[in-house]
Design a protein around this ligand. Structure first.
Ligand code: DLL
Length: 433
């Protein structure tokens, strides 16, 4: 089912024309309603009259997370407080939180974007949707909730955690669509196994998983354990939340809803656009948002964009899986390492579990050491020690091939690594830079 074919399957030239018009209105709007934006655009020498097509987007200065933190909490808002219907806060690790506000129209826009995403994943009106993303101030829970309502699904707002209750209700209520982080899906499957829960008694059709990087190998594992088809959903609070982009039935890249969230791929250092099809950092312009519209917001997510028409009929470009973030990338002895590379390598090794943690430390002499903690099946610990050693050697070698850096491998028993019901913390960086 295609939720908005008039946009999703349109001639790309028509979408670009529309985006150009929307961009000009956006520049007029922020200049009229926000002094910080007004000054920023004036400093860059931009006036609305200079925006004549979407190609002029490169004239506009980019927005970065610090622009939001520095103006905490409401500095970039463009509407009076009375028009702010809802507020979310993203989980900042340093400095101020990032605050996002929504007018009623923004909530409608967000609901629509998530409805498009659910439809692309194969949900149908009437399906029961179990939302096991956190609700809190995280956008995952309410985003999927609103999208589900908009599409006419029957929404079960579980939030994350309480796994036993999740399992009971999914079976009793014949839930068809699951929404949670991929790591929580694996965690639930693990607990289900211990409880003797039988997935063949459930009616699952699809899962909509995102909010953290995952791989095709992890997808396969989730699909096998749950007996559903697993789709990748992407988004970030600053832009609305989940539902900025989503995979279709072909699971071959995430369609970005570009009539409202206009994407560019930029060089992470210069913020110049990279040639089409090359990797870079994703920047998004919210073309129609009211409360806190963002112009060329640099997400820090490293992606590639594919403009080829998809077999599903959609013409909106597809982002490849997020291969990392320009800011969670770790540099070990001069080599860039993405946790997703490690996950990918581990999932291909027999006997390992999809739970791992990276610890980066600086040893005496200034050498960085990357230690990878990997959970392995219990049987390895009851077997001869040589078997455990052989497995550690295999992992070391495979990781070296994948990363081009030597790592220390520590094998740990199942359940040693802390489980998360939301995003898992993969990297512990103990270096004092
Ligand atoms: O994670 C919104 C969301 C909720 C997306 C539920 C999908 C599902 P934030 O907490 O602001 O918002 O975190 C945004 O998470 O910049 C990416 O680095 C990462 N991320 C989100 N989706 C994916 C994904 C939500 N599918 C940040 N694959 C983003 C990889 C993802 N990384």
């Amino acid at each position: 089912m295609i939720w908005k074919p008039e946009f999703e399957c349109a001639d790309p030239a028509d979408i670009r024309t529309l985006a150009g018009k929307r961009l000009r209105s956006l520049v007029e709007y922020v200049c009229a309603n926000n002094p910080i934006y007004r000054k920023k655009l004036a400093d860059a020498g931009v006036t609305p009259e200079k925006i004549n097509s979407i190609a002029d987007i490169v004239r506009l200065p980019v927005t970065v997370k610090d622009d939001l933190r520095d103006t905490y909490p409401f500095g970039l808002f463009c509407v009076p407080q009375k028009d702010v219907a809802e507020i979310h806060v993203s989980s900042g690790t340093t400095g101020n939180y990032t605050v996002v506000g929504y007018t009623k129209a923004d909530l409608a826009l967000w609901s629509d974007a998530v409805a498009r995403s659910l439809a692309a994943s194969g949900a149908n009106p009437g399906d029961r949707l179990q939302v096991a993303y956190g609700y809190g101030l995280f956008t995952g829970g309410l985003g999927l909730h609103y999208g589900g309502l908009e599409m006419g699904l029957s929404v079960l707002p579980m939030s994350s955690g309480q796994t036993q209750r999740q399992l009971k209700l999914m079976q009793d209520f014949n839930c068809r669509v699951l929404a949670c982080t991929p790591s929580y899906a694996l965690h639930m499957a693990e607990e289900a196994k211990e409880l003797g829960f039988d997935f063949s008694q459930t009616k699952w059709k699809i899962g909509v998983f995102g909010a953290e990087p995952w791989s095709n190998a992890m997808r396969q594992e989730i699909q096998d354990k749950w007996g559903l088809k697993a789709y990748d959903i992407y988004g970030l609070s600053e832009i609305s939340g989940p539902g900025v982009a989503n995979e279709c039935e072909y699971q071959d890249g995430l369609h970005i809803w570009w009539d409202v969230f206009y994407p560019e791929v930029l060089n992470p250092d210069t913020f110049e656009p990279v040639p089409e099809g090359e990797p870079g950092v994703l920047a998004i312009t919210t073309l129609t948002k009211q409360a806190i519209p963002l112009i060329r917001y640099v997400t820090r997510d490293v992606v590639t964009l594919n403009y080829a028409k998809c077999r599903c009929g959609r013409t909106c470009p597809r982002i490849g899986r997020v291969t990392g973030r320009t800011d969670d990338m770790i540099i070990v002895r001069g080599i860039n390492v993405f946790p997703s590379q490690i996950e990918h390598a581990l999932l291909k090794i027999e006997g390992t579990q999809p739970y791992y943690q990276l610890i980066v430390d600086r040893k005496a002499g200034g050498m960085d050491e990357l230690e990878v903690l990997v959970e392995v099946e219990q049987s390895f610990f009851s077997d001869k020690i040589s078997k455990l050693e052989a497995l550690a050697a295999t992992i070391r070698q495979k990781l070296h091939e994948a990363l081009l850096v030597h790592v220390k491998v520590t094998l740990v028993e199942p359940k040693t690594i802390e489980r998360s019901t939301g995003k898992s913390k993969r990297v512990i960086d103990r270096r004092k830079m």
